[in-house]
Design a protein around this ligand. Sequence first.
Ligand SMILES: Nc1ncnc2c1ncn2[C@@H]1O[C@H](COP(=O)(O)OP(=O)(O)OP(=O)(O)O)[C@@H](O)[C@H]1O
Length: 289
Amino acid sequence: MQRQRIYEGKRRRNPLENIIEVANLKIWDSRTGNVMIQNSSFAVKKGSCLAIVGESGSGKSLTCRAIMRLNKAGLRQSGDILLDGMNLSELSEKEMRKKRGKQLCMILQNGMRAFDPSCVIGVHLKETLACHFGWSRDEITARMKMAMESVLLKDPIAVMNQYPHQLSGGMLQRVMIALAIVLEPDIVIADEPTTALDTISQFEVVEQFIRLREKMGGSMIFVSHDLGVVQKIADDVLVMKEGDIVERGTTRAIFTEPQHEYTQYLVSTKLALHHHFEIVMGGVSVAEH
Ligand SMILES: Nc1ncnc2c1ncn2[C@@H]1O[C@H](COP(=O)(O)OP(=O)(O)OP(=O)(O)O)[C@@H](O)[C@H]1O
């Protein structure tokens, strides 16, 4: 059924329910023949947030990078990835570059890796935005300033004049979120965006992600180890284990009635850890909801 719809042409005529559809995704290492993702199919509904959870090495990042077509050389992928009905697997690298940033925006685990270390943040932001929009430098600065203020970055102009290494991990993630606000992509893919941060920055950055969703009304894939955060931000959850999707469902269903033994294990252990985090932060425990 899903595959049939995929081959109706590059773009379907009817308004679609899903912003992303992944069908029969397989990822393997062409050098060793090792298959990391066997056969993965899932969809992200328009305007919703899909969380991908699972232990380290379960294939979450490979899946995200496959959507962006950014997996490292040597890794191959097959299957179909539709963005609003358009099959990304059929696009040339040049066409794909136009989609990245403008329509598909990825926020990485480590902000330091996202920015060019040799130039100040503002240069990177201007180059990125100038490549997608015909805005003047002043217009770009004004839009970025407004977005940066909205994610509570004080003195955006000073931030734009600093090098990545001069900013904290939390600040860099907020700059990335501000950039996503300006880019207004069809979907934001956030791959463990809070993992590299200290506890206080994690808390603040998650709040900004929640606001980003409210602002964009947008679609999101949110990869996280932290099920407490997932419970706050996601509408639906995919659970991955060793390259397979072992369970999927609404966030409520996953947390209240996990079916798979592995999901039951994740929910019980991770919520216990998050409970500790909430106590340390003085917030309300998710377990109390
Ligand atoms: N460039 C690569 N070449 C070969 N194998 C890779 C490559 N990148 C990832 N893998 C392997 O693919 C599997 C899935 O990795 P992936 O990074 O997607 O896991 P993950 O679920 O995102 O884990 P983490 O939470 O630690 O980021 C792992 O076994 C990993 O070693």
